[in-house]
Ligand binder design. Structure first.
Ligand code: PAF
Length: 282
């Protein structure tokens, strides 16, 4: 696997694959890779001849009081994992390569509606930063497909809408959440948890699972959600949101059947997110 740091080298390497008519898959990441990321690489590997991963801790998607400086950077370990997973090319630019004129004057992509509320409500500007860097990576790599994890459900919805609205000629592949044995969704931010907090963390998945079962059994959403919120608080979480939405993130109406339950909650220094899809009874 080759690691490339600059745009010219990336373009040159990809031109070579394109000349050979090879199908290219992109796996954008912020590094500190775990088995959830490696599932993205495996999905990409199944569907393309060339797998390009990117590692870039994108400053544009972090708020002023968020964990940009603390975000774990583990390039050597990540390179070894990507190589073992069958990745062909790693693009790992620095901020000056992608944003040579700084962040303040950067052209940005804003995806309306679907970026609002949920994580977009708690993290203003976050999805503009995500959409901007992902659009940039799509332009640089021009992949046939790109893989994203379903853990970041709203992010995936934002990217799907951006691709549709801007007519990017590529397929977006959503890859199911990878969980630890105790149910906790894998995330780089789990590394912020102390041993005691790590013991508590799976309560997020258990609480969502109980709420999903109750909703699928026909219980009224409002009491189910407020009970789940209270259960999270009792376990030691500070919930940011816990919401039931239609799968397209629109509001649930009397006719909605395919829904998703989404939550973000702080536990100690970590902000954890998770979601479960469900089918509401008629
Ligand atoms: O999901 C992530 O790791 C990031 O938001 C992404 C998609 C790589 C954009 O920086």
């Amino acid at each position: 696997m080759r690691t490339l740091r600059d745009i010219a080298a990336l373009r040159e390497a990809l031109d070579d694959h394109r000349r050979r008519d090879q199908r290219i898959a992109l796996v954008p990441t912020m590094g500190n890779l775990h088995d959830g990321h490696l599932a993205l690489v495996a999905a990409a590997r199944r569907q393309a001849e060339v797998v390009v991963a990117t590692i870039f801790v994108n400053p544009l998607q972090f708020g002023p009081n968020e964990d940009l400086a603390a975000y774990p950077r583990t390039l050597a370990e990540d390179q070894a994992k990507l190589e073992a997973a069958g990745c062909d090319l790693l693009f790992a630019p620095d901020s000056a390569a992608l944003y040579p004129h700084g962040l303040d004057h950067q052209t940005q992509v804003r995806v309306p509606q679907v970026s609002e509320g949920l994580c977009g409500g708690a993290r203003p500007g976050h999805f503009d930063g995500v959409a901007t860097v992902v659009a940039m990576l799509f332009n640089l790599v021009q992949p046939h497909l790109a893989c994203f994890g379903e853990k970041d459900y709203q992010q995936l919805a934002v990217i799907r809408k951006m691709v549709a609205d801007l007519h990017f000629p590529l397929e977006i592949v959503g890859v199911p959440i990878v969980r630890a044995e105790d149910g906790l969704a894998l995330s780089s931010r789990n590394g912020y948890l102390s041993d005691a907090e790590r013991q508590v963390a799976p309560a997020l998945y258990r609480t969502l699972s109980r709420a999903r079962d109750a909703l699928e059994a026909g219980e009224a959403p409002e009491p189910v959600l407020s009970e789940a919120n209270e259960a999270l608080r009792q376990s030691g979480f500070a919930p940011d949101y816990l919401e039931l939405r239609a799968r397209d993130l629109g509001p649930v109406t009397a006719t909605t059947r395919e829904a998703v339950l989404l939550a973000a909650a702080r536990l100690g220094p970590a902000r954890l997110i998770d979601n479960l899809t469900l089918t509401l009874p008629t």
